[in-house]
Design a protein around this ligand. Structure first.
Ligand code: AMP
Ligand code: MG
Length: 487
């Protein structure tokens, strides 16, 4: 069959996972295949679309070479430790190498119960499956590291939540599904040997550059921290709110993973929260850097026994790595937002300039995406369009004057600058009301809005006539107040 598996996780000790085949479904039906991703992975998309291919994507047949398993992991959920979570509704079929030799996990999500299911049914329904498909593919198009969606298959079965809903399976592709919570799982059991096996595995698979270093586990921690700072800075740069930054939802490879109640912000405010379960705003837009640091300290804690035999020394070194986070993050944040503002050089007052804009936008409630995008129009020398997007306020006017003065210190041509900025400030994001409308139609059997949305989201930097309507923020009655994790 299509996949040529080359599995490494299944070679780890048996306590890392539970072998588990997917549970067959009654009436598999392909809803969406990601042809571009299939091609990029070197897969035959016609075969994936065939009944045999769909049977694999639905979990009805296990392809040759697959070694299906559910991964064990723990995690801090909203700050509280849960010693055993694990894949309760996901099954790793195995790993494949793409034509460039890059390794990817192929995972089915919603494919039935596993030993980690606890009270859950191991299933997913079509809404959240397509939501993950849309948002993860949009993140990819935006150039942000992410797991991806290869296919969505309807199961022909009902899933019972508050009501009966159409079941579905997502095929997820990831650099790996190792999470911070995977480390915590073994650390909490005092299984230091397993923590070391896992760390060595992660180094070999994701951070080979630290292999020869004098203190490889400290270097691993440091590298994970660096990737996370860049990732979260990228999230902030597009107004993305993950929504459930529990440590079990933080990929060790630095990819965005686990698209539950995630959302893109329309009107800018750092306190924005959409998730229906995030009552305290722990995972609000502006809290994400702080939470990433908190999560990374959980990783640091798990790695302590490997960092130094002398635990006092280990703590000192790990703490220093964690304490470097704010500065590393600030650097990543400034890089991101300087680029958004067309600033290729760096000046000491850039941080103030960036924060002054965000402050002014929070006050006017400007649309985050359209506000930044308006700055990319070189023809707008009156700033009228910018003002209409950022809002009329003296703070906005003052900011525009400072920004124009700062731009004048750059050596790049204004036209080149505007072109560069259009590659940093998307015109198109998956706005919540558009996503919800496409999902509602899909659940009703009309896939056209989904197809149109995916098409438009695949070119987020372009201002095409067909994408124009997708740029509008929601009208008051269209505003999505809450998003749901869909478990
Ligand atoms: P999540 O909120 O999707 O990150 O999931 C948190 C934990 O709950 C993970 O261990 C999942 O595998 C598990 N889980 C979520 N939904 C289900 C379900 N329908 N059946 C079984 N386990 C689930
Ligand atoms: Mg999760």
């Amino acid at each position: 069959m299509n996949f040529v598996f080359d599995n490494t996780y299944a070679r780890l000790p048996s306590r890392f996972y539970a072998r588990q085949s997917p549970s067959p479904v009654a009436g598999p039906h392909l809803v969406k295949l990601n042809q571009a991703l299939a091609v990029a992975l070197g897969l035959d998309h016609d075969r994936l679309r065939s009944p045999d291919g769909v049977a694999v994507l639905a979990g009805n047949s296990v392809p040759d070479g697959a070694e299906p398993l559910a991964m064990a992991y723990a995690g801090h959920q909203f700050g509280g430790f849960v010693p055993q979570l694990g894949d309760g509704r996901a099954i790793l079929l195995g790993e494949i190498l793409d034509p460039r030799g890059e390794r990817f996990d192929i995972q089915l999500k919603g494919s039935g119960r596993t030993p980690f299911s606890r009270a859950g049914d191991g299933r997913a329904w079509l809404g959240p499956v397509l939501r993950e498909y849309i948002v993860s593919e949009s993140m990819h198009a935006l150039g942000i590291p992410t797991t991806r969606a290869l296919a969505a298959v309807a199961t022909g079965e009902l899933v019972h939540r508050e009501t009966a809903l159409p079941g579905a399976v997502l095929t997820r592709v990831a650099r790996s599904h190792v999470r911070i919570g995977t480390f915590e799982y073994f650390s909490a059991r005092g299984d230091i040997e397993a923590v070391k096996r896992l760390a060595d595995y992660v180094i070999a698979r994701h951070y080979p550059e630290v292999e020869g270093s004098e203190r490889p586990y400290l270097a691993l921690l440091d590298s994970v921290i660096r990737r996370q700072t860049r990732l979260v800075a990228q999230w902030l740069g597009v107004g993305f709110i993950h929504g459930v930054m529990n440590t079990d939802n933080m990929s060790i490879a630095g990819e965005t993973i686990d698209y539950g109640p995630c959302a893109f912000m329309d009107s800018y405010h750092p306190g924005t929260v959409y998730s229906s379960i995030d009552h305290g705003g722990r995972y609000a837009y502006g809290n994400q850097p702080r939470i990433a640091q908190w999560n990374l300290s959980r990783l640091a804690q798990s790695l302590l026994p490997l960092i130094d035999e002398d635990q006092d020394k280990a703590i000192e070194q790990a703490q220093a790595a964690i304490d470097a986070f704010p500065e590393l993050f600030e650097r990543a944040f400034l890089d991101r937002f300087r680029a958004k503002l067309g600033l290729l050089e760096s000046h000491p007052d850039d941080a103030d300039l960036i924060r002054a804009l965000l402050q002014a936008m929070a006050e006017t409630g400007a649309d985050f995406t359209n506000g930044f995008r308006a700055l990319c129009d070189p023809a707008d020398d009156t700033d009228d369009q910018i003002r209409s997007e950022l809002g009329e306020s003296t703070a906005v006017d003052d900011w525009l004057r400072s920004w124009r003065a700062r731009l004048a210190r750059e050596t790049v041509e204004p036209a080149a600058q505007a072109a560069q900025m259009r590659g940093e400030n998307p015109a198109i994001i998956p706005r919540n009301h558009r996503v919800e409308a496409a999902l509602a139609a899909a659940v009703d059997g009309d896939l056209d809005p989904l197809e149109d949305l995916l098409q438009v989201l695949s070119s987020p930097w372009e201002n095409r006539p067909d994408s124009f309507p997708y740029r509008f923020p929601p009208k008051p009655h269209e505003i999505v107040q809450k998003t749901f994790c869909g478990t």
